[in-house]
Design a protein around this ligand. Structure first.
Ligand code: HEC
Ligand code: HEC
Length: 247
């Protein structure tokens, strides 16, 4: 045997003995309060899921776990933080969705799995931005308050996955206000949208609706004409123009 092959043989023995020894290291001390993860889940596997949960919900570990004293790590075993049990039930809920999915889809079934992040998108309470803005105005109050809330969320979350900052968010608020007969509020949201989306066709269309609802048909026609100029050949705009001009 050459020195080299003896060296490799020795390395192999060290690896064989060394690996089980590593598995017993403190990092793998047994888990104590596991009710949902499958039996046999290792600490390393569990921690990688915990990190993923942090990212999916945009939170820190102590969102679900009990914080430790200053300088101490959280008490991961305790169930005293109610969010931990919600998270357990969310895991079961996610699993149930994935279990039922093939039956729902039938032949169209693919391998897509619903994850925490599918719904949460980086926030603990996944909601649509227009719902948050609507609630901020005490369900339809001052649109200046709503627009300020929108701006605040935009400066915090723009570019991420949590909220839709496309032209449709404020259009939805404008549509809702129009449907509730609050056409001045609708106009405030829709004109506010031009700050972010200057040539937005859906915004002009929603403004036309709001003006028409207010009885300003000539104004509505003007806005539809602007939309038509931005989007020539759009049949829906043409039909709407014909309706307003004809009636
Ligand atoms: C969204 C909530 C949530 C977040 C965030 C979260 N955990 Fe957990 N954690 C849980 C739940 C739920 C369990 C229990 C799972 C079960 O019962 O099967 C758990 C269990 C644990 C355990 C096992 C404790 C034991 O021995 O029983 C450890 C360790 C742990 N988490 C660490 C972390 C760390 C570290 C982080 C941050 C990187 C973290 N967790 C973030 C919900 C969370
Ligand atoms: C099908 C969509 C969906 C999936 C999948 C999902 N959640 Fe949720 N989750 C929600 C919704 C919606 C809420 C908020 C309900 C509300 O308070 O309005 C929520 C709330 C929560 C809360 C409470 C937040 C709070 O502060 O009140 C926790 C914790 C949570 N989810 C954890 C998880 C974890 C962990 C997973 C993955 C195992 C997960 N969720 C998967 C939809 C989902």
């Amino acid at each position: 045997m050459t020195h080299l092959s003896r060296g490799i043989g020795l390395l192999g023995i060290v690896l064989l003995i060394g690996l089980p020894a590593l598995a017993q290291s403190p990092a793998e001390e047994p888990l104590q309060n596991i009710q949902v993860f499958p039996a046999g889940t290792t600490r390393t596997q569990l921690l990688s899921t915990m990190n993923a949960m942090n990212e999916s919900l945009g939170v820190q570990c102590v969102y679900c776990h009990v914080a430790g004293a200053p300088g101490q790590r959280p008490d991961f075993v305790s169930d005293a933080n109610p969010k931990k049990d919600i998270a357990r039930r969310m895991m079961l809920f996610r699993d149930k969705i994935n279990e039922d999915m093939p039956a729902v889809l039938g032949a169209a079934s693919s391998s897509t799995r619903v994850l925490c992040s599918t719904c949460h998108r980086g926030v603990p309470i996944p909601r649509q931005i227009y719902e948050i803005v609507f609630d901020a105005t005490a369900e339809g109050g001052d649109p200046a308050v709503g627009l300020a809330k929108f701006e605040e969320l935009r400066s915090q979350f723009y570019g991420g996955q949590s909220y839709d900052f496309s032209e449709l968010a404020l259009v939805e608020l404008g549509r809702r206000a129009t449907a509730q007969g609050r056409t001045d509020d609708a106009m405030a949201y829709l004109l506010g949208n031009f700050k972010y989306h200057p040539n937005s066709v859906p915004t002009y269309l929603a403004i036309a609706r709001a003006k028409d609802a207010k009885g300003d048909r000539a104004g509505a026609i003007q806005d539809l004409e602007k939309a038509a100029a931005l989007n020539p050949g759009d049949e829906r705009i043409g039909a709407e123009l014909a309706r307003l001009k004809g009636a």
